[in-house]
Write a protein that binds this ligand. Structure first.
Ligand code: PLP
Length: 370
């Protein structure tokens, strides 16, 4: 994502700017949704890698079944059962990240002409739905599909209340629609409390999506999809035609890693670190950007800021890069265009000492907008 060098041709203006920012030496970046690289458990992962690569059956280096490793699926199903959902390992499909799981859910759903989404949502899912020809509807509208992030939303970092969950499921039932439950940020709630997945209350109406990208590392590209039980075979056939199976090496490495108790300890460490960074960035934004309203997140990697003022996030990003910082313009997250300025500040991968200086730079850029 942040490779240096020549970018692919034909990027849209915001992507062009994001690439430019990523190549800028000394720039403090609040863009991206990247985990803190200091949290990657490199030693434990390299031990797990060696264990996987030397294991007798050589599964890490061999083809596997399209649904993925049984041990990994058993671990995933158990985690979901602990959260109240009745899921069997045979209903879990290991995917290449949550992104592929969302794409697979879309391809498997009986109807996909309309997708209801929040007013701000995860850009790569919005892009996926748009390029598939779906019309994006408000979350309250009747639709064939409802894409939702109930555990921790992106970009706002909020958790849905029980009432909101019940209302969403009831809307989906009356529209005879399906829900794509994107659980990517589950595990990042600052409180450490996990939530009951929608899947637990509507097994046959929910495509449940999860990933190790935010809680461990995105480079492994391992996620999962739990489709409604009667659609598992259909999803599996589509998965197989896309890429046969998820990466064997990454799956076996994960199986070896998850046998240790490091993952639980890592979660606790990560939550504390992200909560601290969130407080720092919110305090700096309140001090240096008092004109912007801030919503306090309960988890995730980012802060969502909005202004009543009409201005382009893209123009602010240009000015920010000139001042030595970057962020994600609100435009990319919106279901429908709005003239009001909004931005997402991702604090997760920014070193603590850079947070306030980065926000000061952003504040100078904001003032340059006039
Ligand atoms: C809400 C949400 N869903 C899915 C993804 C994709 O995750 P993965 O890296 O597992 O494909 C992201 C990544 O930023 C995300 O923010």
């Amino acid at each position: 994502m942040h490779e240096q060098g020549s970018a692919p041709r034909g990027l849209d203006p915001i992507d062009e700017l994001a690439r430019r920012a990523a190549d800028e030496v000394g720039l403090i970046s609040f863009a991206g949704g990247l985990p803190d690289p200091k949290l990657f458990p490199r030693r434990q992962l390299s031990d797990a890698f060696l264990e996987a690569i030397h294991a007798p059956g050589a599964a890490a280096l061999q083809y596997g079944w399209p649904e993925g490793s049984l041990e990994l699926r058993t671990w995933i199903a158990q985690r979901l059962r602990d959260r109240g959902a009745r899921v069997e390992p045979s209903e879990v499909i290991v995917t290449s990240g949550a992104q592929q799981a969302i794409a697979l859910a879309l391809a498997t759903a009986p109807r996909r002409d309309t997708v209801a989404v929040d007013e701000e949502s995860y850009p790569a899912a919005l892009e996926l739905f748009r390029t598939a020809g779906a019309t994006l509807m408000p979350a309250s509208a009747p639709a064939a599909l409802y894409y939702s992030l109930p555990s921790i939303s992106n970009p706002r970092g909020l958790r849905m209340s029980d009432g909101e969950r019940a209302a969403l499921l009831s809307r989906a039932r009356s529209a005879r629609g399906y829900v794509i439950e994107d659980d990517a940020y589950e595990g990042t709630a600052f409180s450490g409390k996990s939530s009951r997945p929608l899947l637990a209350d509507a097994r046959e109406r929910v495509f449940h999506v999860g990933t190790f990208s935010k809680t461990l590392c995105p480079g492994l590209r391992v996620g999962w999809l739990v489709p409604p039980s009667r659609l598992v075979q259909r999803a599996l056939r589509r998965k197989q035609t896309h890429d046969l199976q998820a990466n064997s090496l990454a799956q076996e490495l994960l199986v070896a890693y998850l046998k240790t108790d490091d993952f639980e300890r890592l979660q606790a460490r990560s939550r504390a670190r992200y909560a601290r960074k969130q407080r720092l960035v919110a305090a700096a934004a309140r001090k240096h950007l008092p004109e912007l309203s801030i919503e306090s997140p309960v988890g995730g990697f980012s802060l969502w800021l909005e202004s009543k003022r009409h201005a382009s996030g893209e123009a602010l990003l240009e000015a920010a890069i000139a001042e030595g910082t970057s962020f994600d313009p609100g435009e990319s997250f919106r279901r429908a265009p709005s003239p009001r300025l909004a931005l997402r500040l991702c604090y997760s991968a920014v070193p603590e000492a850079d947070i306030e200086p980065g926000i000061e730079r952003l504040s100078r850029a904001f003032r340059r907008l006039g």
